[in-house]
Design a protein around this ligand. Structure first.
Ligand SMILES: Cc1ncc(COP(=O)(O)O)c(C=O)c1O
Length: 446
């Protein structure tokens, strides 16, 4: 495959935009910053027209490819009808339809939708709902949370307090509320599937210990099936049913953060369906608009909703965001749900999954540096033994990203974890491009 020359940007452009999750000086040290001019389907095109395969769905948001015509049309129609209106004291058709459809997808187990603007704001909403619910019940001592080792829930102070990624937390220790942390059910802890049950049980025992030792816990929060930002750590559905039982036994809420793993990413619309459980609160964002507009939503059980339903204003949930339930974003979400109904999404995923499984297993057989190749639905990950380059995980991730862009591939490892999150409509051309690019990268790095 011929290497793509990366475009350079002017000094002025680099300084004017302060990029997220970035040490800006690294751009001066050769980390590329391609200027993306347009995107269509699985491909991003820079200002010079060079294509890059978006192999991580642009931070896991883009489900059906970029600018899917059905979503584009729905948003354009909505823009001509009702662009925005506040959701306090007013309502509108798209938000009502979306809430009804989401409730129906949960079999009406989670029949009340509260809207935010991004993932972190949904997590804040869920945490606050749990605390205030207990307060409204006269149980104000229940105000702390349990997070899971290497869990990630966003960067605002409340979300960061239940996140266990030291790199993101280290400067803000004084500002973060105390939270308890239970062991991760990460199945990489055992090399053989025979050990999976023991890892799952050990994580459940750890959570049981935390719950038994503290009477001030309001809720447990976790990412079901895959802890994504913590390194695509996957666990067994049995862990989730065990956690549900523990939460019931200790009378604490279960908050499932499906911001990354919801909307079909794990092979079912909600990840928790695979464990046959429902949480008290479920957070969705990222893919809900098909990767077009920012929107998040917290789905609540009826029991929790009832805890706020009262004549007294102050017992209501007085939280708000200016763009809560924005009509454009809701229409994008409705169009996304329509695509789930119109297309055989999970059959397409199965076919794509078989192709990628085969290709990645072939690569693993040729490149012994690939370790722990694993898959959950539309998420594949492996660790890469990159020799001396691996000693500095963060430096490795940057260099790998740069090399991948030169291959026309958007891949951003998390430390030494390389992962792929394809769009659900990828064709053979996309799979082939990914596999040949990865082959070249593995020869360069492993
Ligand atoms: C599981 C999970 N929760 C919360 C968030 C935060 O979402 P946002 O970046 O939209 O604030 C993320 C983002 O990656 C996530 O993966």
């Amino acid at each position: 495959m011929s290497k793509i020359e990366l475009p350079s940007l002017s000094r002025r452009s680099l300084d004017a935009v302060w990029h997220p999750c970035t040490q800006m000086q690294h751009h001066d040290q050769g980390v590329p910053l391609p200027a993306i001019a347009r995107a269509q389907g699985a491909w991003l095109h820079d200002q010079d027209g060079k294509p890059y395969l978006d192999a991580i769905s642009s931070w896991w948001v883009n489900l059906f490819g970029h600018s899917h015509p059905h979503i584009v049309q729905a948003v354009a129609d909505q823009l001509h009808t009702l662009d925005h209106v506040m959701l306090c004291g007013l309502t509108h058709e798209p938000v009502v339809q979306l809430s009804e459809q989401l409730a129906a997808l949960t079999g009406n187990q989670l029949g009340h939708a509260f809207y935010g603007s991004d993932g972190a704001s949904a997590v804040e909403v869920a945490l606050k709902l749990s605390v205030q619910y207990w307060r409204n019940q006269g149980q104000s001592r229940k105000h702390r949370f349990v997070g899971i080792r290497q869990g990630y829930h966003g960067e605002t102070l409340g979300a960061l307090a239940v996140t266990d990624v030291p790199l993101f937390r280290e400067h803000y220790g004084e500002q973060l509320a105390t939270a308890y942390t239970a062991a991760s059910p990460d199945l990489r802890q055992t090399p053989h599937p025979d050990g999976h049950e023991a890892v799952t049980q050990a994580a459940l025992d750890s959570l049981a210990d935390v719950l038994a030792s503290h009477a001030d816990i309001a809720a447990v929060i976790l990412e079901p099936l895959v802890q994504c930002a913590g390194g695509m750590a996957m666990h067994a559905p049995a862990y989730l049913s065990g956690v549900r039982a523990l939460c019931d036994r200790h009378q604490v809420h279960l908050i499932l953060d499906e911001i990354a793993v919801g909307c079909g990413r794990t092979g079912t619309f909600f990840a928790c369906e695979q464990a046959g459980i429902w949480p008290d609160l479920l957070c969705l964002s990222k893919g809900i608009t098909g990767g077009t507009l920012p929107l998040s939503v917290v789905l609540s059980s009826h029991a929790l909703y009832q805890g706020f339903y009262h004549a007294d204003l102050r017992r209501g949930f007085l939280h708000s965001h200016s763009y809560s339930g924005n009509p454009l974003a809701c229409r994008a979400a409705l169009a996304t749900l329509e695509l789930f109904r119109r297309l055989p999404v999970f059959e397409l995923q199965a076919a794509l999954g078989a192709r990628l499984d085969q290709g990645l297993q072939d690569l693993a057989a040729r490149h012994p540096g690939m370790r722990h190749l694993r898959r959950c639905g539309m998420i594949w990950a492996f660790e890469l033994d990159a020799g001396p380059a691996r000693c500095d995980h963060l430096g490795f991730a940057r260099r790998f990203y740069r090399s991948a862009m030169q291959q026309g591939l958007l891949l951003r490892p998390i430390a030494d974890t390389v992962y792929v999150m394809p769009g659900y409509l990828w064709q053979q051309a996309e799979t082939d491009h990914l596999l040949s690019g990865l082959h070249a990268l593995l020869k360069e790095y492993a």
